[in-house]
Design a protein around this ligand. Sequence first.
Ligand code: GAR
Length: 190
Amino acid sequence: MLKLAVLGSTNGTDLQALLDAQVGHQLGEAEIVLVVSNKPAAGILDKARRVGVEAVCIEAATQTDFEHQLLNMLQRRKVDLILLIGFMRILSDEFVRQYDHKILNIHPSLLPKYAGGMNLDVHAEVLKQGDAVTGCTLHYVTEQLDGGPIYGQEEVAVLPGDTPQTLKIRVQAAEQKLLLRAVRELADKP
Ligand code: GAR
């Protein structure tokens, strides 16, 4: 069984798709065992709790404290893979090295385009630049911000009249597709 932890700071829309799959026994040999946020009011925590998945907020004063507590939780639960879903914090180089090729981040653009951008800001920039196509990227997290090896990408067409919000909805649908595929594939790996 591939044990997953999810880190997120926001609403966690993509997590819901993974939880629905888990509840419906559609996640293959994978299980989300822990959801962690750095924000107590983050909707991602409620989503997990609603289906009985352990959800914890770590409100540590410093980055070192946060990662120390996080590491303890991950090790105690023997987590194999960490998914960053709307996690608006940068993990330290030291932490990332300990989970080499075991942290995946979902980013709302076709990297390397708009690396370093966050959430709606990325979609606003896509519209400002007049791009016809955008999408999302699932990539391994390394010391280089949004620069780790790419697991997969999904394209999304930009439509006339799109706003950052409408674009976000369609890009997140693509994110969910990519995340579900990756989790199933990685869980199937011998
Ligand atoms: C994620 O779906 C992803 O597109 C983006 O934030 C969204 C959070 O959505 N992630 C990043 O920008 C990470 N750098 P939410 O409001 O549904 O939680």
